[in-house]
Structures are given as structure tokens and as C-alpha cells.
Design a binder for this molecule. Sequence first.
Ligand SMILES: [Zn+2]
Length: 216
Amino acid sequence: MNIILFGPPGAGKGTQAKKIAENFNLIQISTGDLLRKETKIKSELGKKIENLLSNGQFISDDIVNKLIKKIVFDKNNFNRLIFDGYPRTLTQIHNLEELISESKQHISLVLCLIVEKDIILKRIKGRITCNNCNKIFNFHFDPPNKENHTCDEKYLIKRTDDNSEVILDRYETYIDKTKPILEYYKNKGLFKEIDGNSKIDEIYSEISGILSNIRH
Ligand SMILES: [Zn+2]
């Protein structure tokens, strides 16, 4: 199966995509990772991307499409892709559909995590990271204590770069931008909303129940 996963920043999309990939033997695809990998191998395209990024320029749909094409046409990935945060535009949807149908595959399901604004705020603002072991905690949902964490408290860092205004702004932008995309998939009958307000494991168990019923 090939799956697309949507959700606003702070919805835990990456976490869910990773769990799904591990348990259903799928390959997690995010454009951020693809761009980083391509610059790392220093291909022609990678050099171009590095140039654009270092000049603060926009990565075109054309470049993203080239990267996605390699992934979709890789035989090892056949029918086992989970797209995390892609496609973001209608152009990207059309590109992806072309690649998927050219390679004789299809999209099985589009999942969208629906999360309330104040939960997003708590998730992002409450995030605490340990500088020593890199574990991530949350002040509201999963605070570090003697049982789940053994490092000294001095290593615990609270993020300060995210204020409520920025977070809510990103949320609204996401909702506006994805509306036409989600409508598109709703009309195709591939769309499924997931309640993303609960705990990571509860959300995952809902998702895995749905995916277990997909036969192709
Ligand atoms: Zn630690």
C-alpha cells in the first residue's frame, strides 16, 4: 500500500509516520529528508539544491518532482511508500499521480490528523529535550521523571523559539493551504480523518486498525 499522511505542524505526523513505516514495512518519505540526502551525495541536483537553500530560495515543484520520481520508480519501494508532509500543492498532487500511475501503483489511503489548536500549542510549547540522551519529553503530557529519565536535570532544555503567535500562524497557514488538497482527496473517496488529540499510542492504534484492513 501507498499512503499519504497529513496533519498540521505539531500534530505528531512524523512520529506516526515512523511508527507506521516500522510496523507495516513501509518507507517514510518527507521532502525535507529527500532534499538533505540529495545534497549529501553531492549530485548535480544536490549541488543545485544546496545553492538554492543557502541563498534562502524556494525549491521548485520541478526539483521536488525529480526527487519523488526516483523514489517512486525504485523497485525496492514498490507499493510501500508513506508520504509525510507531501504533496503540499495541487501541482504536486498531479505530479505524484502521474508518477504513481506510470509506475503501475496507486494511492491506497490519505490520512489526516485532526488536532485542536490548544493541544498543538501545548505539544509544541511544552516540549523539553535532553541535551545528553536526546530524549524528548512534554511538560504537559509526558514530563521527565526518575522513572523515564536518568540524566541530570541540567541537561533538560525547553524550547524558547516557539511563541504562541508563530505556532498559531503556522497552523492557520497549514489549514488554508491544505484545504484544496484535502477536498481533492475527499472527492476521490480516499480520505480518512483521524482524531489526533489523544496520546501517541492511541492515535497509532486507530491508524493501524484502519491500515490492517487495506488489502492492496
Ligand atoms: Zn537524558
